[in-house]
Design a protein around this ligand. Structure first.
Ligand code: CTP
Ligand code: MG
Length: 166
């Protein structure tokens, strides 16, 4: 799951500059996505996810690792892209509900990356999804994701990369 997990923290580390919505508002007068979603964060985050996934593919080949899901270039791209697309779609609905940028929005904040990655896999590579992500693996992912999300955000807050510990 590293290709899906890495893009968010990398976006937080490298983000800034032009917002994805170019500062524009939606029909309701609120921002489309808000200043927390930038092009730099999006692009560098996705590249980081694809990069770590490529290293995992090479490492699995070099060391004959067969007990982990066999990543492919396509699955890695879908995991990384879906993670940050899910994050952006989440922010769209967060703004529509009048929740400010950076404010806490439980469940959606923790599961947006999974919803995005699994939806892209379901659409573009369902064969990989159903053969590699077994039910026990899926359950572990569901439990592990919010825990990792919390731990990484507390670290991000402590090292002053994030303004809030969530
Ligand atoms: N970030 C970015 N570009 C993205 C995603 C994240 O630049 N596509 C950066 C922003 O600096 C953002 C930080 O990572 O503030 C943390 O991301 P996140 O918690 O998802 O954003 P929030 O600021 O909480 O905004 P929102 O309320 O819209 O989720
Ligand atoms: Mg946030």
């Amino acid at each position: 799951m590293l290709p899906a997990y890495l893009p968010n923290p990398v976006a937080a580390l490298t983000g800034g500059g032009t917002p994805v919505d170019f500062g524009r508002n939606y029909a309701d007068g609120r921002r489309i996505f808000g200043d927390g979603k930038t092009w730099r964060g999006l692009i560098v985050g996705i590249l980081a996810g694809v990069g770590i996934g490529t290293i995992q593919i090479l490492a699995a080949g070099a060391y004959g690792i067969s007990f982990l899901p066999g990543l492919t270039l396509l699955s890695v791209i879908l995991l990384a892209t879906g993670a940050l697309l899910g994050d952006i779609v989440k922010s769209f609905f967060k703004r529509r509900c009048g929740v400010e940028r950076g404010a806490r929005w439980p469940i959606a904040d923790q599961y947006d990356l999974l919803a995005g990655s699994f939806l892209l896999l379901l659409i573009f590579d369902p064969a990989w999804l159903f053969s590699e992500v077994t039910l026990p693996a899926f359950v572990i992912i569901l439990i592990l994701t919010p825990i990792l999300h919390r731990v990484v955000n507390i670290i991000g807050f402590a090292i002053k990369v994030k303004e809030v510990p969530w």
